[in-house]
Design a protein around this ligand. Structure first.
Ligand code: PHE
Length: 467
């Protein structure tokens, strides 16, 4: 019998999971979604979603994983509810899709590191040319995927714990340093105002939708990544408390990244809704103002640690399909890791080409009755983050309360936390799972899916009924 690999310590588990959560989602995705979503009102919704929807679902994922010691698909079968394994299958697909674009953006971050090392600060102005250069982006993402496969092939606990322990705090310290610098610059306060003073009059349903998707994406939630990581956790760990730590770290880093970016954006007179290129267009120019030597050092360390943060996330993304292939198809870890990585790379090729290299892919499709065509990459990002993940989360919540049942969930959460039963956190988790998650997620999903993919504006129709 193969003994299942386990994280070595309590802190090891928290670090690995935080490593999965903290990544491009915090530093690239969060600021660009805030910018596109109109600023502070988005931030408020994002925070609410993290605490009332995502945290309880995170704890369920951990509990299912640790109870069954299985991959995201096998876990549902092991609990005795084979019919619900579709949740895990959706997760495996989501893992492949997300990784297929995530890897490309990680390649941008790594490419920017190489440019800054050469002292090329003007790379911020040539973002579009950079992403259109498919040969360069393609080779960088090939290397990045190879690194991910290499780590996953060696097993979860070997590489990730160490990388996270040293690199994440380094990244955070640089961001904090940059926040302090940002506050000294002209127009910084305009940026802070955009970021922190909410104006709910501009909120549309698509703002709500993307805040929800961003919360799930940033916390690695809704696709079984945390079921899979939960399956490597030892029984003596306190899952509910670890979940709190992970949410706080993840939200804290995203929030701080926002404090850094928006003053920089307004200082440079750039539009905050710059989309997926926001940090790439903004930061190099800022680094250049630090003087050539300090600028190179800070800029290079920033993009390098960002690449490592992305690596601890790509590892967890690849781990979901790989654990499935190992556990269910009985293929050995090395082959599973390299084979799946190659598949993901191939799936990612149209995405890679959709950032300027191929015009048809760069302006691919118009969604939700809008006239503006978005790129193939934007379509995949939108579908995976805003649809697949919240949908997965919805099913996980419904499964936990109505199928697996509260008693079984609570029993697993009490393992490693004897005081859990009857505690305030137990009541909070049960309440959110039973009432808040299914209702709120269900409503948002129905309204937004019909709008995005079918061009149906249900809210307008309901308003019309009362008019
Ligand atoms: N949470 C990661 C990030 O913010 C991305 C991710 C999503 C990782 C889903 C695993 C699963 O960068």
């Amino acid at each position: 019998m193969v003994i299942r690999d386990h994280f070595n310590s309590r802190i090891g588990f928290i670090l690995a999971t935080a490593g999965s959560a903290v990544g491009l989602g915090n530093i690239w995705g969060f600021p660009f979604s805030v910018g596109n979503g109109g600023g502070a009102a988005f931030v408020v919704m994002y925070l609410i979603f993290c605490f009332i929807l995502c945290y309880p679902i995170m704890v369920v994922e951990f509990a299912i994983g640790r109870k069954t010691q299985k991959d995201a698909v096998g876990a549902f079968v092991a609990l005795g509810y084979g019919k619900w394994k579709f949740i895990g299958i959706m997760g495996v697909f989501a893992g492949v899709f997300i990784l297929s674009f995530y890897n490309v953006i990680a390649a941008w971050a790594f490419g920017y590191f190489l440019e800054i090392v050469r002292g090329n600060f003007s790379i911020g102005d040539s973002f579009a040319a950079f992403t259109a250069d498919w040969k360069r982006v393609g080779s960088l993402s090939f290397i990045f995927m190879g690194l991910t496969a290499f780590i996953v092939a060696r097993g979860v606990s070997a590489g990730i714990e160490v990388a996270t322990k040293i690199l994440m705090p380094t990244l955070f310290l640089i961001i904090v340093g940059l926040v302090i610098y940002a506050f000294t610059l002209p127009n910084a306060m305009q940026g802070i105002e955009f970021y922190l003073v909410p104006d709910f009059s501009n909120v549309t349903i698509s703002t709500v939708y993307s805040a929800l998707g961003q919360a799930f994406f940033s916390l690695s939630l809704g696709m079984g990544a945390l079921i899979t990581y939960g399956s490597y956790v030892q029984k003596n760990q306190n899952l509910a408390r670890s979940g709190v730590a992970i949410v706080l770290v993840d939200v804290g880093i995203a929030f701080t990244a926002g404090l850094m970016i928006f003053p920089f954006v307004f200082y440079q007179g750039l539009p905050p809704n710059g989309g997926m290129g926001l940090i790439f267009a903004t930061l190099p120019g800022v680094f250049s103002t630090l003087g050539s030597i300090i600028g190179i050092v800070i800029g290079a360390v920033f993009f390098l640690t960002l690449s490592f943060a992305a690596l601890t996330s790509t590892v967890s993304l690849l781990e979901v399909p790989v654990a499935y292939v190992i556990d269910e198809l009985k293929i050995d870890r090395t082959r599973a890791a390299w084979g799946t990585a190659l598949l993901v790379f191939i799936v990612g090729i149209p995405t890679m080409l959709s950032q300027g290299a191929v015009p048809e892919l760069s302006q691919f499709i118009a969604l939700g009755g809008s006239q503006v065509k978005i790129s193939f990459m934007a379509l995949v990002v939108n579908f995976a983050n805003n649809t697949l993940l919240p949908l997965g989360g919805f099913f996980i919540a419904v499964f936990a309360v109505y199928v697996w049942r509260k008693e079984n969930l609570n029993a697993e959460l009490t393992v490693g936390d004897p005081d859990f039963s009857g505690s305030l956190s137990q009541k909070y988790i049960s309440f959110c799972l039973r009432y808040v998650c299914p209702v709120l997620l269900g409503l948002v999903l129905i309204v937004t899916i019909s709008q995005t993919y079918f061009g149906l504006n249900l809210l307008e129709k309901i308003e019309a009924l009362f008019a």
